[in-house]
Design a protein around this ligand. Structure first.
Ligand SMILES: [Zn+2]
Ligand SMILES: [Zn+2]
Length: 322
């Protein structure tokens, strides 16, 4: 009997694309520094030619970037983000805010101060619901309903299941400087989302899952020992806490710490982005409702200097070291 796998959800597809450190760093570089040539990206990120080639090909196949020929013979290309890739800016702004709070000393964080282009002020953006205008929301102000009949990202082509360069809690510019980071080095948000399994587990935790069995069911094509390893890694990074389940038994579950909860805006934007650009893949996989207004959460960044909505990611570069 031939078993037909369910179509992946838009969330699953989105996690698959962005649950990869290199993809995230490539998109971030193009977003903050503009179009780049292959050699520029290679130098900037310290990435090997085959890995960069594969990531650029996959990101183009997923519609996040396009190659433009700037030299015909021999053919040379410049890479630029499509509207879909550019729309990841709010999620990257969320990671910027997370790093400022939890990993200010991390070498992998996005440098520079966030500026609101419309008012010209430096901003510490506030997360809110665009449907009703409420600001200062956290995961606790929302309810999530997960489509349990469809596992996260279960049916995607094997070609996408690369190992990330930085799995293992490494941070820093380790991809290029080669030196071992200190064991207590702060881990940037981008490095927490280093691979598909960690990213999907964090998404599952933010959507209310606690038990190993639930994590395993959502990532049903991931080996149990990989799920265990990544849960331990997220615990070591201070994102999850391993605590007894409140069921009277002796079993343990995983609960988000405040540091873990603070990833909510990043995932709210990723979920909204995936629903918009990968809806052709079937069901969204998840609905997040803003409890107070009852509408689907429409994630939005508000400038804390002028109360206007942020519509781009503008960074003021840090001062040059003297
Ligand atoms: Zn609302
Ligand atoms: Zn402003």
């Amino acid at each position: 009997m031939k078993v037909t796998a369910p179509a992946p959800t838009s969330l699953g597809h989105g996690l698959l694309v962005m649950g990869d450190l290199w993809n995230l760093l490539i998109v971030r570089t193009l977003l903050t520094e503009g179009p780049a040539r292959f050699g520029d990206l290679r130098t900037r990120l310290g990435i090997s030619d085959p890995v960069l080639t594969r990531r650029l090909r996959d990101l183009a196949a997923d519609g996040l970037l396009e190659a433009h020929e700037y030299h015909a013979s021999p053919p040379r290309h410049e890479y630029r983000l499509t509207p879909s890739g550019e729309e990841l800016w709010p999620a990257l702004a969320a990671l910027h805010a997370w790093d400022r709070r939890w990993a200010p000393g991390s070498a992998l964080r996005l440098r520079g101060a966030l500026t609101h282009a419309a008012c010209g002020n430096r901003t510490d953006p506030v997360f809110g619901c665009g449907a009703c205008g409420a600001i200062g929301l956290s995961a606790r102000d929302t309810t999530a309903s997960v489509d349990r009949s469809v596992p996260f990202a279960s049916t995607n082509p094997r070609r996408r299941y690369h190992r990330s360069a930085s799995v293992g809690g490494r941070d820093g510019t380790a991809p290029h400087n080669g030196s071992a980071p200190a064991p207590d080095a702060p881990v940037a948000g981008a490095a927490v989302l280093a691979d598909r399994t960690s990213t999907s587990l964090l998404a599952a935790a933010l959507l209310g899952h606690r038990r190993f069995g639930d994590f395993q069911a959502l990532l049903h094509d991931t080996a149990p020992h990989t799920v265990t390893t990544r849960l331990t890694l997220l615990t070591d990074q201070g994102i999850l806490d391993r605590t007894p389940l409140r069921d009277g038994g002796r079993r343990h579950g995983y609960r988000l710490t405040p540091k873990g909860h603070d990833f909510f805006p990043t995932f709210a934007f990723l979920i909204a982005w995936a629903a918009r650009w990968f809806h052709q893949d079937g069901r969204p996989g998840v609905h997040i409702t803003h409890r107070a207004c009852g509408a689907d959460l429409l994630p939005r960044w508000t400038c804390n200097a002028c109360n206007g909505e942020l519509t781009t990611l503008t960074l003021t570069p840090p001062p040059e070291p003297t």
